[in-house]
Ligand binder design. Structure first.
Ligand code: XUL
Length: 583
């Protein structure tokens, strides 16, 4: 059957590598190729894909051009028939910007007649007004961030307008810094793209607009009005029409599957694509990650890596300086919430190592740690600990450790203690408090129709405060996510993921998945769904399509919701608020 021959590609242009993943029409991964920047393109002399000068971090754009040719070359060399690819989308590291000259569009279009050359040789000499792209790890825009917040009345106002308070890495402050440092460079810049529409522009062989969801990572986009904010734009350029033109305003709206065009003849002639292979807007990596799983409103995704990141889908726009909100790339009238923590696996590993050391072990086995976390005879009901070997974002604090004991009756702090009975208690307490922190901070993001559970009369008047906002405790007992999806290294660890699932308390199901492909796979799903809608084969919304066609067998449904276990942690919320107040 014709349909059986259809392939879809999803790119992931991340900090350290360019990946290109292929799926077939059954959503099965059939091929993958990767270019690792530091290893395979060593002549750029990057460290893990970036240049680092004090607090400035940037990537060479030319390296990305070489990587794009190289990844397609690898596909061809593997015998993969790129002629069967119907559509391409993908993901890119967020916030980075690329600066193009007036000649760029002509040079991109001239690629069609230059398939015997490389992208680098056609574009590098004259298409870019700056050969670098600021990276999300950059920390050099402190003064610009201050200006952004001042302009709109403070961090809260900026978050309310753009979905986030000012962040060093966000594109608005980064462009403002570029203009200040290099006014001639800005003058020579005709167009500024994000990394996402840099990649789609190369694939299309013409400059294509920003993608709206990724544009929410700029501190420039008014989320409610779906347009750039004049005040924020004016910080970059008093002539706001000028900067607006450079940003190719307006961005492509989400979640409409808008086809940006067909793939450039350069790739058709050089690598064997069909001329009608369609390119769909590429989005940011976190946004693509939520498209890689069948997440719907009030579902959450917890990434248990070096740091912990919580992503969730909500139809409730409740912005705050403590987290991020982006327009959802594929689900209408929904947003992606993102909460970032610094302390994740490193903090847990510290306790694991101490525990092993105390038992005379020198290895890094998780056995003792796991046993302690799940042990019924280690009682932590009246204990709570915060373990921040690194400074933390939420709650905002410098590196610190704090342990408290609770009064068994009131469940309020009875005393601060230097340590617990033994390190096994720390193992249990660190996982419990990390999970409890996620649970508390997810709450304000969930939509108002999330499940309402029973309210007990004794908590109606109790107020708790987290990250500067005070709410009745009962509010925290009202809402629960529907489903929780756990990914990242520690999702393999039964005890950690089980405890997280128990404390967070998703009401329908808990799944886990160990995949290095989330971002690229989200791109593949965006490509296939967009293409099927645009060509009139389906008219399902993205979430309906993915729910029906997702390969559920690849997920591990591991812990069935347990109301009682969830309720147990209700009793610790007030103490957690008091403990954080001590920081
Ligand atoms: C998100 C962020 C990072 C990059 C990584 O705000 O800065 O996740 O997108 O590629």
């Amino acid at each position: 059957m014709m349909e059986k021959q259809a392939y879809y590609l999803g790119f992931d242009l991340s900090t350290q590598q360019l990946k290109c993943l292929a799926i077939n029409q059954d959503l099965k991964i059939i091929h993958s190729e990767t270019v690792e920047f530091e290893k395979e393109l060593p002549h750029y002399n990057t460290k893990k894909g970036v240049y680092l000068h004090e607090d400035e971090v940037a990537s060479p754009v030319f390296m990305w051009l070489e990587a794009i040719d190289l990844v397609f070359m690898k596909y061809v060399n593997s015998g993969f028939n790129l002629g069967k690819v119907k559509a391409i989308s993908g993901s890119a590291q967020q916030h980075g910007s690329v600066y193009w000259t007036t000649e760029a569009d002509f040079l991109l279009q001239s690629l069609s007649d230059n398939h015997d050359k490389s992208l680098l040789s056609v574009l590098a000499p004259n298409a870019f007004s700056w050969e670098l792209s600021p990276n999300w790890q950059d920390h050099s825009t402190g003064s610009q961030c201050t200006e952004f917040e001042k302009k709109v009345g403070g961090p809260k106002q900026l978050a309310s307008l753009t979905g986030s308070k000012a962040h060093y890495r966000f594109t608005g402050p980064q462009i403002m810094k570029f203009v200040g440092k290099n006014p001639e460079g800005y003058e020579r810049t005709k167009t500024i793209s994000l990394v996402s529409n840099f990649l789609s522009s190369i694939l299309c062989g013409k400059l294509v607009p920003l993608e709206e969801a990724d544009a929410c990572g700029m501190n420039l986009y008014d989320i409610k009005e779906h347009k750039f904010d004049e005040g924020c734009l004016s910080l970059i350029d008093k002539d706001t029409n000028n900067i607006r033109r450079k940003l190719m305003d307006p961005p492509t709206r989400c979640p409409e599957p808008i086809c940006l065009g067909n793939i450039s003849q350069y790739f058709v002639k050089k690598y064997g694509f069909q001329s009608n292979c369609s390119i769909y807007p590429i989005t940011g990596d976190n946004l693509a990650t939520i498209c890689s799983l069948p997440l719907k409103t009030n579902d959450i995704l917890v990434s248990l890596g070096t740091s912990t990141t919580v992503l969730l889908v909500t139809d409730h726009y409740n912005p705050s300086p403590n987290y991020h909100l982006f327009i959802h790339p594929t689900i209408a009238n929904n947003f992606m919430g993102m909460i970032c923590y610094c302390n994740g696996s490193l903090a847990r590993e510290e306790i694991r190592d101490e525990l092993n050391k105390s038992a005379g072990l020198t290895n890094s086995s998780w056995d003792l740690f796991d046993k302690a976390v799940l042990a019924d005879d280690i009682h932590t009901d009246n204990e709570l600990g915060l373990y921040f070997p690194l400074g933390e974002i939420v709650p905002s604090t410098k590196a610190t450790y704090k342990r408290i004991e609770l009064d068994p009756k009131t469940k309020l702090i009875s005393k601060i203690v230097p340590k617990f009975q033994d390190i096994r208690h720390d193992a249990k307490n660190i996982v419990e408090s990390q999970a409890l922190s996620c649970r508390i901070r997810i709450y304000p993001l969930l939509s108002s129709d999330a499940e309402h559970s029973r309210e007990t009369s004794d908590n109606i008047h109790t107020k708790v405060k987290f990250d500067g906002s005070e709410l009745p405790l009962s509010e925290y007992l009202n809402k629960r996510p529907n489903r929780a999806f756990f990914v990242g290294g520690a999702s393999k660890n039964d005890s950690i993921v089980r405890k997280f699932a128990q404390v967070i308390g998703a009401k329908e199901a808990n799944y886990r998945l160990d995949t290095p492909n989330s971002c690229a796979l989200g791109g593949c799903f965006k490509a296939i769904w967009s293409h099927l809608v645009v060509t009139g084969r389906i008219d399902d919304p993205f979430s309906v399509y993915l729910e029906a066609h997702f390969l559920w067998d690849e997920l591990d449904r591991f812990y069935e919701p347990d109301q009682e276990a969830w309720e147990m942690y209700n009793k610790k919320i007030e103490a957690m608020s008091n403990l954080e107040a001590l920081l």
